[in-house]
Design a protein around this ligand. Sequence first.
Ligand code: NAD
Length: 495
Amino acid sequence: MLQLPLDEALIAGEWRRGAGPAADTVDPATGHTLTTVHAVTADEVDEAAERASRAAADPAWRELPAHRRARLLHRVAELIETEAENLSALQTADTGKCRTETLALVHSAAGTFRYTAAALETAEETVTPSRGAYVTMSVYEPVGVVGAITPWNSPIASDAQKIAPALAAGNAVLLKPAEWTPLVALALGRLVSRALAEAGLPAGLLSVLPGAGSVVGDAIVRHPRVGKVTFTGGTATGRTIGRAAAEKIMPVSLELGGKSPTVVFEDADVEQALAGVLFGIFSSSGQSCIAGSRLFVARSRYEEFLGELVARTRKLRIGPGTDPHTQVAPLVHHRHRDAVAAYVDLARSEGARVRCGGAAPEGEEYRDGAYYLPTVLDGLPGSARVCREEIFGPVLVALPFDDEDDLVAQANDSVYGLACGIWTRDHRRAWRFARRVEAGTVWINTYKQFSIATPFGGMKDSGLGREKGRDAIRGYQRQKSLYWGTDDSPLPWAG
Ligand code: NAD
Protein backbone atom coordinates (compact mmCIF):
# COMPACT_ATOMS: atom_id res chain seq x y z
CA MET A 1 0.00 0.00 0.00
CA LEU A 2 1.03 3.58 -0.59
CA GLN A 3 2.45 5.20 2.47
CA LEU A 4 0.33 8.08 3.60
CA PRO A 5 0.03 10.93 4.49
CA LEU A 6 0.22 12.79 1.22
CA ASP A 7 0.25 16.22 2.81
CA GLU A 8 3.99 16.04 3.44
CA ALA A 9 6.62 17.21 1.01
CA LEU A 10 9.92 15.45 0.33
CA ILE A 11 12.49 18.08 1.23
CA ALA A 12 16.18 17.24 1.08
CA GLY A 13 15.56 13.57 1.77
CA GLU A 14 13.08 14.14 4.59
CA TRP A 15 9.28 13.81 4.56
CA ARG A 16 7.72 16.72 6.41
CA ARG A 17 5.11 19.42 6.02
CA GLY A 18 6.32 22.42 4.07
CA ALA A 19 6.55 25.64 6.06
CA GLY A 20 4.63 27.59 3.38
CA PRO A 21 0.90 28.26 3.07
CA ALA A 22 -1.57 25.37 3.12
CA ALA A 23 -3.86 24.76 0.15
CA ASP A 24 -6.75 22.35 -0.22
CA THR A 25 -6.67 19.93 -3.08
CA VAL A 26 -10.15 19.20 -4.32
CA ASP A 27 -11.91 16.36 -6.14
CA PRO A 28 -13.39 18.19 -9.15
CA ALA A 29 -16.16 15.62 -9.54
CA THR A 30 -17.64 16.43 -6.15
CA GLY A 31 -16.03 19.64 -4.95
CA HIS A 32 -14.91 17.81 -1.79
CA THR A 33 -11.52 18.53 -0.27
CA LEU A 34 -9.20 15.53 -0.55
CA THR A 35 -6.43 16.80 1.66
CA THR A 36 -4.54 19.94 2.54
CA VAL A 37 -1.03 20.26 1.20
CA HIS A 38 1.46 22.62 2.78
CA ALA A 39 3.62 24.45 0.26
CA VAL A 40 7.36 24.62 0.77
CA THR A 41 9.11 27.98 1.10
CA ALA A 42 11.95 29.46 -0.96
CA ASP A 43 14.26 28.63 1.98
CA GLU A 44 13.20 25.01 1.78
CA VAL A 45 13.90 25.02 -1.96
CA ASP A 46 17.38 26.26 -1.09
CA GLU A 47 17.79 23.48 1.47
CA ALA A 48 16.65 20.86 -1.07
CA ALA A 49 18.92 22.25 -3.80
CA GLU A 50 21.99 22.26 -1.56
CA ARG A 51 21.30 18.72 -0.43
CA ALA A 52 20.61 17.63 -4.02
CA SER A 53 23.90 19.09 -5.13
CA ARG A 54 25.78 17.12 -2.47
CA ALA A 55 23.85 13.95 -3.31
CA ALA A 56 24.62 14.33 -7.02
CA ALA A 57 28.33 14.72 -6.27
CA ASP A 58 28.40 11.78 -3.83
CA PRO A 59 30.60 9.05 -5.37
CA ALA A 60 27.97 6.47 -4.34
CA TRP A 61 25.76 8.04 -7.01
CA ARG A 62 28.18 9.75 -9.34
CA GLU A 63 30.33 6.64 -9.85
CA LEU A 64 27.40 4.21 -9.95
CA PRO A 65 27.74 2.20 -13.19
CA ALA A 66 24.99 2.52 -15.75
CA HIS A 67 23.63 -0.99 -15.20
CA ARG A 68 23.23 -0.32 -11.46
CA ARG A 69 21.46 2.99 -12.11
CA ALA A 70 19.27 1.09 -14.58
CA ARG A 71 18.42 -1.38 -11.82
CA LEU A 72 17.15 1.50 -9.69
CA LEU A 73 14.89 2.63 -12.54
CA HIS A 74 13.55 -0.90 -12.98
CA ARG A 75 12.77 -1.03 -9.27
CA VAL A 76 10.82 2.23 -9.49
CA ALA A 77 8.86 0.79 -12.44
CA GLU A 78 8.08 -2.31 -10.40
CA LEU A 79 6.86 -0.24 -7.44
CA ILE A 80 4.68 1.90 -9.72
CA GLU A 81 3.09 -1.20 -11.22
CA THR A 82 2.47 -2.72 -7.80
CA GLU A 83 0.68 0.47 -6.80
CA ALA A 84 -1.03 1.00 -10.17
CA GLU A 85 -4.62 0.85 -8.92
CA ASN A 86 -3.93 3.15 -5.97
CA LEU A 87 -2.03 5.65 -8.09
CA SER A 88 -4.77 5.64 -10.70
CA ALA A 89 -7.50 6.17 -8.08
CA LEU A 90 -5.50 8.98 -6.50
CA GLN A 91 -4.95 10.71 -9.81
CA THR A 92 -8.61 10.39 -10.76
CA ALA A 93 -9.60 11.94 -7.42
CA ASP A 94 -7.11 14.79 -7.81
CA THR A 95 -7.58 15.58 -11.53
CA GLY A 96 -11.09 14.29 -12.29
CA LYS A 97 -9.75 12.19 -15.17
CA CYS A 98 -11.32 8.85 -16.14
CA ARG A 99 -9.93 5.79 -14.38
CA THR A 100 -9.16 4.12 -17.71
CA GLU A 101 -6.98 7.09 -18.60
CA THR A 102 -5.24 7.43 -15.25
CA LEU A 103 -4.49 3.71 -15.20
CA ALA A 104 -2.97 4.01 -18.67
CA LEU A 105 -0.91 7.00 -17.49
CA VAL A 106 0.38 5.03 -14.50
CA HIS A 107 1.45 2.13 -16.71
CA SER A 108 3.00 4.56 -19.14
CA ALA A 109 5.00 6.07 -16.25
CA ALA A 110 6.28 2.60 -15.34
CA GLY A 111 7.09 2.01 -19.01
CA THR A 112 9.02 5.27 -19.10
CA PHE A 113 11.25 4.11 -16.24
CA ARG A 114 11.82 0.74 -17.94
CA TYR A 115 12.51 2.21 -21.38
CA THR A 116 14.89 4.76 -19.88
CA ALA A 117 16.74 1.98 -18.03
CA ALA A 118 17.19 0.14 -21.34
CA ALA A 119 18.30 3.31 -23.13
CA LEU A 120 20.80 3.98 -20.35
CA GLU A 121 22.32 0.52 -20.53
CA THR A 122 22.63 0.60 -24.31
CA ALA A 123 23.81 4.20 -24.73
CA GLU A 124 27.14 4.65 -26.47
CA GLU A 125 29.69 7.42 -26.49
CA THR A 126 31.31 8.40 -29.77
CA VAL A 127 34.90 8.22 -30.89
CA THR A 128 35.23 10.83 -33.63
CA PRO A 129 37.43 10.48 -36.75
CA SER A 130 41.02 11.47 -36.08
CA ARG A 131 42.60 14.45 -37.87
CA GLY A 132 46.06 14.01 -36.33
CA ALA A 133 48.09 12.02 -33.84
CA TYR A 134 45.32 11.84 -31.34
CA VAL A 135 42.02 10.12 -30.73
CA THR A 136 39.01 12.26 -29.86
CA MET A 137 35.88 11.23 -28.12
CA SER A 138 32.82 12.78 -26.54
CA VAL A 139 31.70 11.84 -23.07
CA TYR A 140 28.51 12.90 -21.31
CA GLU A 141 28.31 14.03 -17.70
CA PRO A 142 25.36 14.93 -15.48
CA VAL A 143 24.43 18.59 -15.10
CA GLY A 144 24.13 18.05 -11.31
CA VAL A 145 20.74 19.26 -10.11
CA VAL A 146 17.71 19.28 -12.43
CA GLY A 147 14.55 21.28 -11.75
CA ALA A 148 11.45 19.52 -13.13
CA ILE A 149 8.26 21.59 -13.21
CA THR A 150 5.05 19.92 -14.31
CA PRO A 151 1.42 20.90 -15.08
CA TRP A 152 -1.82 19.46 -13.76
CA ASN A 153 -3.17 17.68 -16.79
CA SER A 154 -1.28 14.34 -16.82
CA PRO A 155 0.84 14.48 -13.67
CA ILE A 156 2.35 11.03 -13.27
CA ALA A 157 3.25 10.69 -16.93
CA SER A 158 4.89 14.11 -17.18
CA ASP A 159 6.67 13.59 -13.84
CA ALA A 160 8.09 10.24 -15.00
CA GLN A 161 9.10 11.66 -18.37
CA LYS A 162 11.39 14.06 -16.53
CA ILE A 163 12.53 12.15 -13.42
CA ALA A 164 13.51 8.93 -15.24
CA PRO A 165 15.95 10.43 -17.77
CA ALA A 166 17.26 13.02 -15.30
CA LEU A 167 18.16 10.28 -12.78
CA ALA A 168 19.43 7.99 -15.54
CA ALA A 169 21.78 10.79 -16.58
CA GLY A 170 23.23 10.83 -13.06
CA ASN A 171 21.52 13.92 -11.64
CA ALA A 172 19.53 14.81 -8.55
CA VAL A 173 16.01 16.15 -9.18
CA LEU A 174 13.81 18.81 -7.63
CA LEU A 175 10.25 18.06 -8.78
CA LYS A 176 7.59 20.75 -8.51
CA PRO A 177 4.06 19.56 -9.23
CA ALA A 178 1.17 21.87 -10.16
CA GLU A 179 -0.77 23.55 -7.33
CA TRP A 180 -4.09 21.88 -8.24
CA THR A 181 -2.76 18.31 -8.50
CA PRO A 182 0.22 17.63 -6.22
CA LEU A 183 -0.91 14.25 -4.86
CA VAL A 184 0.30 11.78 -7.44
CA ALA A 185 3.75 13.44 -7.58
CA LEU A 186 3.98 13.10 -3.81
CA ALA A 187 2.95 9.43 -4.07
CA LEU A 188 5.52 8.87 -6.82
CA GLY A 189 8.08 10.57 -4.57
CA ARG A 190 7.34 7.96 -1.87
CA LEU A 191 8.07 5.16 -4.35
CA VAL A 192 11.26 6.69 -5.77
CA SER A 193 12.62 7.50 -2.32
CA ARG A 194 11.87 3.94 -1.22
CA ALA A 195 13.83 2.55 -4.19
CA LEU A 196 16.72 4.94 -3.43
CA ALA A 197 16.79 3.88 0.22
CA GLU A 198 16.68 0.17 -0.67
CA ALA A 199 19.68 0.69 -2.95
CA GLY A 200 21.57 2.57 -0.23
CA LEU A 201 21.75 5.72 -2.37
CA PRO A 202 21.99 9.25 -0.95
CA ALA A 203 18.84 10.83 0.43
CA GLY A 204 18.17 14.09 -1.33
CA LEU A 205 18.51 12.72 -4.88
CA LEU A 206 14.82 13.51 -5.27
CA SER A 207 12.84 16.26 -3.60
CA VAL A 208 9.13 16.83 -4.30
CA LEU A 209 8.32 20.45 -3.60
CA PRO A 210 4.66 21.52 -3.80
CA GLY A 211 3.65 25.16 -3.87
CA ALA A 212 2.93 28.15 -6.07
CA GLY A 213 4.82 28.49 -9.33
CA SER A 214 5.69 32.09 -8.64
CA VAL A 215 7.36 31.12 -5.34
CA VAL A 216 8.54 27.51 -5.43
CA GLY A 217 8.92 27.17 -9.21
CA ASP A 218 10.67 30.50 -9.46
CA ALA A 219 13.06 29.64 -6.59
CA ILE A 220 13.98 26.38 -8.35
CA VAL A 221 14.61 28.06 -11.70
CA ARG A 222 16.79 30.81 -10.21
CA HIS A 223 18.72 28.64 -7.77
CA PRO A 224 22.44 28.70 -8.60
CA ARG A 225 22.79 24.94 -7.94
CA VAL A 226 20.14 24.06 -10.53
CA GLY A 227 21.89 23.36 -13.83
CA LYS A 228 18.91 22.56 -16.05
CA VAL A 229 15.17 23.08 -15.91
CA THR A 230 12.73 20.86 -17.70
CA PHE A 231 9.31 22.46 -17.85
CA THR A 232 5.90 21.40 -19.10
CA GLY A 233 3.09 23.93 -18.90
CA GLY A 234 1.67 27.04 -20.49
CA THR A 235 3.53 29.19 -23.01
CA ALA A 236 3.43 32.34 -20.85
CA THR A 237 5.08 30.48 -17.94
CA GLY A 238 7.57 28.89 -20.33
CA ARG A 239 8.57 32.34 -21.54
CA THR A 240 9.11 33.55 -17.94
CA ILE A 241 11.25 30.50 -17.18
CA GLY A 242 13.18 30.90 -20.43
CA ARG A 243 14.03 34.50 -19.52
CA ALA A 244 15.27 33.50 -16.05
CA ALA A 245 17.29 30.65 -17.59
CA ALA A 246 18.91 33.06 -20.04
CA GLU A 247 20.20 35.12 -17.10
CA LYS A 248 21.98 32.03 -15.76
CA ILE A 249 22.97 30.74 -19.24
CA MET A 250 21.16 27.57 -18.18
CA PRO A 251 19.69 25.04 -20.62
CA VAL A 252 15.93 24.58 -20.48
CA SER A 253 13.50 22.33 -22.23
CA LEU A 254 10.02 23.73 -22.65
CA GLU A 255 6.96 21.62 -23.48
CA LEU A 256 4.26 24.25 -23.93
CA GLY A 257 0.77 24.84 -25.24
CA GLY A 258 -0.90 24.01 -28.52
CA LYS A 259 -3.83 24.71 -30.82
CA SER A 260 -3.42 21.69 -33.01
CA PRO A 261 -5.10 21.39 -36.40
CA THR A 262 -6.85 18.19 -37.35
CA VAL A 263 -7.66 17.92 -41.03
CA VAL A 264 -10.35 15.93 -42.82
CA PHE A 265 -9.72 15.72 -46.57
CA GLU A 266 -12.63 14.91 -48.89
CA ASP A 267 -11.38 11.33 -49.42
CA ALA A 268 -11.06 10.52 -45.69
CA ASP A 269 -12.47 7.33 -44.22
CA VAL A 270 -15.36 9.17 -42.55
CA GLU A 271 -15.95 6.65 -39.75
CA GLN A 272 -12.29 6.68 -38.81
CA ALA A 273 -12.06 10.46 -39.04
CA LEU A 274 -15.17 11.00 -36.90
CA ALA A 275 -13.83 8.72 -34.17
CA GLY A 276 -10.37 10.28 -34.38
CA VAL A 277 -11.59 13.88 -34.27
CA LEU A 278 -13.89 13.15 -31.31
CA PHE A 279 -11.16 11.37 -29.38
CA GLY A 280 -8.58 14.00 -30.37
CA ILE A 281 -10.51 16.86 -28.80
CA PHE A 282 -12.86 15.41 -26.19
CA SER A 283 -10.73 12.73 -24.50
CA SER A 284 -9.22 14.11 -21.29
CA SER A 285 -12.07 16.64 -21.59
CA GLY A 286 -9.86 18.57 -24.00
CA GLN A 287 -7.28 19.22 -21.29
CA SER A 288 -4.43 18.00 -23.37
CA CYS A 289 -1.59 19.99 -24.92
CA ILE A 290 -2.03 17.95 -28.11
CA ALA A 291 -5.83 18.24 -28.25
CA GLY A 292 -6.96 18.53 -31.88
CA SER A 293 -8.79 21.75 -31.13
CA ARG A 294 -8.95 23.29 -34.63
CA LEU A 295 -10.86 21.15 -37.12
CA PHE A 296 -10.38 21.82 -40.84
CA VAL A 297 -12.76 20.00 -43.19
CA ALA A 298 -12.70 20.07 -47.00
CA ARG A 299 -15.45 22.52 -48.00
CA SER A 300 -17.21 19.92 -50.19
CA ARG A 301 -17.74 17.64 -47.14
CA TYR A 302 -18.00 20.31 -44.46
CA GLU A 303 -21.72 20.37 -43.58
CA GLU A 304 -22.17 16.62 -43.90
CA PHE A 305 -19.13 15.86 -41.69
CA LEU A 306 -19.95 18.51 -39.11
CA GLY A 307 -23.58 17.38 -38.84
CA GLU A 308 -22.51 13.81 -38.03
CA LEU A 309 -19.76 14.99 -35.68
CA VAL A 310 -22.24 17.11 -33.71
CA ALA A 311 -24.71 14.21 -33.51
CA ARG A 312 -21.99 11.96 -32.07
CA THR A 313 -20.70 14.65 -29.72
CA ARG A 314 -24.17 14.91 -28.19
CA LYS A 315 -24.07 11.19 -27.44
CA LEU A 316 -20.79 11.26 -25.50
CA ARG A 317 -21.26 10.01 -21.95
CA ILE A 318 -20.54 12.61 -19.32
CA GLY A 319 -19.86 11.63 -15.75
CA PRO A 320 -17.32 11.18 -12.99
CA GLY A 321 -13.93 9.69 -13.81
CA THR A 322 -14.71 6.79 -11.48
CA ASP A 323 -17.55 5.55 -13.72
CA PRO A 324 -16.10 3.11 -16.28
CA HIS A 325 -18.66 4.27 -18.87
CA THR A 326 -17.65 7.93 -18.69
CA GLN A 327 -16.10 9.43 -21.81
CA VAL A 328 -16.03 13.10 -20.79
CA ALA A 329 -15.12 13.62 -17.13
CA PRO A 330 -15.17 16.91 -15.18
CA LEU A 331 -12.49 19.51 -15.76
CA VAL A 332 -9.62 19.73 -13.30
CA HIS A 333 -11.03 22.57 -11.23
CA HIS A 334 -14.15 24.71 -11.01
CA ARG A 335 -12.07 27.80 -11.80
CA HIS A 336 -10.78 26.16 -14.97
CA ARG A 337 -14.35 25.20 -15.98
CA ASP A 338 -15.32 28.87 -15.61
CA ALA A 339 -12.39 29.95 -17.80
CA VAL A 340 -13.46 27.48 -20.51
CA ALA A 341 -17.08 28.71 -20.28
CA ALA A 342 -15.85 32.31 -20.64
CA TYR A 343 -14.17 31.42 -23.95
CA VAL A 344 -17.42 29.96 -25.29
CA ASP A 345 -19.35 33.03 -24.13
CA LEU A 346 -16.81 35.22 -25.93
CA ALA A 347 -17.22 33.18 -29.13
CA ARG A 348 -20.99 33.49 -28.83
CA SER A 349 -20.74 37.26 -28.45
CA GLU A 350 -18.58 37.36 -31.59
CA GLY A 351 -21.27 35.57 -33.58
CA ALA A 352 -20.14 31.93 -33.38
CA ARG A 353 -22.64 29.18 -34.05
CA VAL A 354 -22.71 26.90 -31.02
CA ARG A 355 -23.45 23.62 -32.79
CA CYS A 356 -23.65 21.69 -29.53
CA GLY A 357 -22.69 22.07 -25.87
CA GLY A 358 -21.85 25.58 -24.77
CA ALA A 359 -22.97 25.08 -21.16
CA ALA A 360 -22.56 22.93 -18.10
CA PRO A 361 -24.69 19.77 -18.26
CA GLU A 362 -27.99 19.90 -16.43
CA GLY A 363 -28.93 17.44 -13.71
CA GLU A 364 -28.46 16.87 -10.02
CA GLU A 365 -25.53 14.51 -10.60
CA TYR A 366 -23.53 17.30 -12.26
CA ARG A 367 -24.37 20.07 -9.80
CA ASP A 368 -21.24 19.98 -7.64
CA GLY A 369 -18.69 18.88 -10.25
CA ALA A 370 -16.60 21.00 -12.63
CA TYR A 371 -18.46 19.69 -15.67
CA TYR A 372 -18.74 21.30 -19.11
CA LEU A 373 -20.49 19.86 -22.13
CA PRO A 374 -18.39 18.92 -25.16
CA THR A 375 -18.83 21.88 -27.45
CA VAL A 376 -18.52 22.40 -31.21
CA LEU A 377 -18.29 25.96 -32.55
CA ASP A 378 -18.11 27.30 -36.07
CA GLY A 379 -19.01 30.33 -38.16
CA LEU A 380 -16.04 32.41 -36.97
CA PRO A 381 -13.01 33.50 -38.99
CA GLY A 382 -9.61 31.99 -38.15
CA SER A 383 -8.66 35.33 -36.60
CA ALA A 384 -11.19 34.93 -33.75
CA ARG A 385 -9.66 34.41 -30.31
CA VAL A 386 -11.23 30.97 -29.86
CA CYS A 387 -9.55 29.89 -33.11
CA ARG A 388 -6.15 31.17 -32.00
CA GLU A 389 -5.87 30.72 -28.24
CA GLU A 390 -5.51 27.49 -26.32
CA ILE A 391 -8.77 26.88 -24.41
CA PHE A 392 -7.59 23.61 -22.82
CA GLY A 393 -11.11 22.29 -22.48
CA PRO A 394 -13.73 20.33 -24.47
CA VAL A 395 -14.20 22.99 -27.14
CA LEU A 396 -13.68 22.34 -30.85
CA VAL A 397 -13.68 25.11 -33.47
CA ALA A 398 -14.41 24.03 -37.05
CA LEU A 399 -13.37 25.79 -40.26
CA PRO A 400 -13.68 24.80 -43.95
CA PHE A 401 -10.76 24.82 -46.41
CA ASP A 402 -10.66 25.03 -50.21
CA ASP A 403 -7.42 23.37 -51.33
CA GLU A 404 -4.02 22.32 -50.01
CA ASP A 405 -2.45 25.77 -50.23
CA ASP A 406 -5.39 27.32 -48.40
CA LEU A 407 -5.16 24.57 -45.78
CA VAL A 408 -1.41 25.02 -45.23
CA ALA A 409 -1.90 28.79 -44.84
CA GLN A 410 -4.74 28.36 -42.33
CA ALA A 411 -3.17 25.51 -40.36
CA ASN A 412 0.18 27.29 -40.01
CA ASP A 413 -1.42 30.63 -39.13
CA SER A 414 -0.88 29.99 -35.42
CA VAL A 415 1.77 30.85 -32.88
CA TYR A 416 1.68 27.18 -31.84
CA GLY A 417 3.21 24.16 -33.56
CA LEU A 418 2.71 21.14 -31.34
CA ALA A 419 0.70 18.51 -33.20
CA CYS A 420 -1.47 17.85 -36.23
CA GLY A 421 -3.87 15.13 -37.39
CA ILE A 422 -4.53 14.20 -41.03
CA TRP A 423 -7.41 12.05 -42.25
CA THR A 424 -7.07 10.96 -45.88
CA ARG A 425 -6.66 7.81 -48.01
CA ASP A 426 -4.21 9.59 -50.32
CA HIS A 427 -0.77 8.85 -48.92
CA ARG A 428 1.04 11.22 -51.25
CA ARG A 429 -1.17 14.06 -50.10
CA ALA A 430 -0.67 13.07 -46.48
CA TRP A 431 3.10 13.10 -47.01
CA ARG A 432 3.02 16.54 -48.72
CA PHE A 433 0.89 18.13 -46.04
CA ALA A 434 2.72 16.44 -43.14
CA ARG A 435 5.96 17.97 -44.42
CA ARG A 436 4.44 21.45 -44.88
CA VAL A 437 2.60 21.75 -41.59
CA GLU A 438 4.48 23.34 -38.68
CA ALA A 439 4.06 20.78 -35.91
CA GLY A 440 6.38 18.66 -33.79
CA THR A 441 4.17 15.56 -34.17
CA VAL A 442 1.91 14.63 -37.08
CA TRP A 443 -0.56 11.77 -36.87
CA ILE A 444 -1.82 10.33 -40.16
CA ASN A 445 -5.09 8.40 -39.93
CA THR A 446 -4.66 8.15 -36.19
CA TYR A 447 -4.46 10.62 -33.32
CA LYS A 448 -3.07 10.98 -29.81
CA GLN A 449 -1.03 7.80 -30.04
CA PHE A 450 2.19 7.89 -28.05
CA SER A 451 5.34 5.88 -27.89
CA ILE A 452 8.06 6.51 -25.32
CA ALA A 453 10.51 5.55 -28.09
CA THR A 454 9.45 8.50 -30.29
CA PRO A 455 10.74 12.00 -29.51
CA PHE A 456 8.08 14.56 -28.60
CA GLY A 457 8.12 18.34 -28.51
CA GLY A 458 6.89 21.49 -30.15
CA MET A 459 7.79 24.07 -32.75
CA LYS A 460 7.28 27.84 -32.44
CA ASP A 461 5.53 28.87 -29.18
CA SER A 462 4.83 25.21 -28.39
CA GLY A 463 8.29 24.71 -27.05
CA LEU A 464 11.96 24.03 -27.19
CA GLY A 465 13.70 20.66 -27.04
CA ARG A 466 12.41 17.10 -27.19
CA GLU A 467 11.46 14.57 -24.53
CA LYS A 468 11.26 10.79 -24.88
CA GLY A 469 13.22 8.65 -27.31
CA ARG A 470 16.74 7.27 -26.89
CA ASP A 471 18.29 10.72 -26.68
CA ALA A 472 16.15 11.93 -23.77
CA ILE A 473 18.94 11.13 -21.30
CA ARG A 474 21.35 13.34 -23.25
CA GLY A 475 19.10 16.31 -22.54
CA TYR A 476 20.17 16.05 -18.89
CA GLN A 477 23.88 15.81 -19.54
CA ARG A 478 26.75 18.02 -20.61
CA GLN A 479 28.93 16.92 -23.46
CA LYS A 480 32.68 16.96 -22.98
CA SER A 481 35.29 16.29 -25.68
CA LEU A 482 38.54 14.48 -24.89
CA TYR A 483 41.70 14.46 -27.02
CA TRP A 484 44.18 11.62 -26.41
CA GLY A 485 47.66 12.02 -27.93
CA THR A 486 48.73 8.76 -29.59
CA ASP A 487 52.43 9.23 -30.41
CA ASP A 488 55.56 10.67 -28.84
CA SER A 489 56.18 13.42 -31.39
CA PRO A 490 56.63 16.85 -29.77
CA LEU A 491 54.15 19.66 -30.29
CA PRO A 492 55.37 22.51 -32.57
CA TRP A 493 56.81 24.64 -29.75
CA ALA A 494 58.70 21.87 -28.00
CA GLY A 495 62.19 23.03 -27.00
P1 NAD B 1 1.15 26.54 -15.98
O1 NAD B 1 2.14 27.11 -16.92
O2 NAD B 1 0.21 27.46 -15.31
O3 NAD B 1 1.87 25.75 -14.80
C1 NAD B 1 2.77 24.68 -15.06
C2 NAD B 1 3.71 24.54 -13.88
O4 NAD B 1 4.54 25.71 -13.81
C3 NAD B 1 3.01 24.46 -12.52
O5 NAD B 1 3.70 23.54 -11.70
C4 NAD B 1 3.14 25.88 -11.99
O6 NAD B 1 3.08 25.96 -10.60
C5 NAD B 1 4.52 26.25 -12.50
N1 NAD B 1 4.80 27.70 -12.59
C6 NAD B 1 3.91 28.71 -12.77
N2 NAD B 1 4.57 29.91 -12.78
C7 NAD B 1 5.88 29.63 -12.63
C8 NAD B 1 7.05 30.45 -12.58
N3 NAD B 1 7.00 31.77 -12.68
N4 NAD B 1 8.25 29.84 -12.42
C9 NAD B 1 8.33 28.49 -12.33
N5 NAD B 1 7.26 27.67 -12.36
C10 NAD B 1 6.04 28.23 -12.52
O7 NAD B 1 0.38 25.40 -16.79
P2 NAD B 1 -0.86 24.54 -16.31
O8 NAD B 1 -2.07 25.42 -16.35
O9 NAD B 1 -0.52 23.81 -15.06
O10 NAD B 1 -0.93 23.44 -17.47
C11 NAD B 1 -1.58 23.66 -18.66
C12 NAD B 1 -0.61 24.04 -19.77
O11 NAD B 1 0.39 23.03 -19.90
C13 NAD B 1 -1.28 24.14 -21.10
O12 NAD B 1 -0.85 25.29 -21.78
C14 NAD B 1 -0.80 22.89 -21.84
O13 NAD B 1 -0.81 22.99 -23.23
C15 NAD B 1 0.57 22.75 -21.29
N6 NAD B 1 1.06 21.37 -21.48
C16 NAD B 1 2.02 21.13 -22.42
C17 NAD B 1 2.46 19.83 -22.65
C18 NAD B 1 3.51 19.53 -23.68
O14 NAD B 1 4.10 18.47 -23.60
N7 NAD B 1 3.76 20.40 -24.64
C19 NAD B 1 1.92 18.78 -21.91
C20 NAD B 1 0.95 19.07 -20.95
C21 NAD B 1 0.52 20.38 -20.74
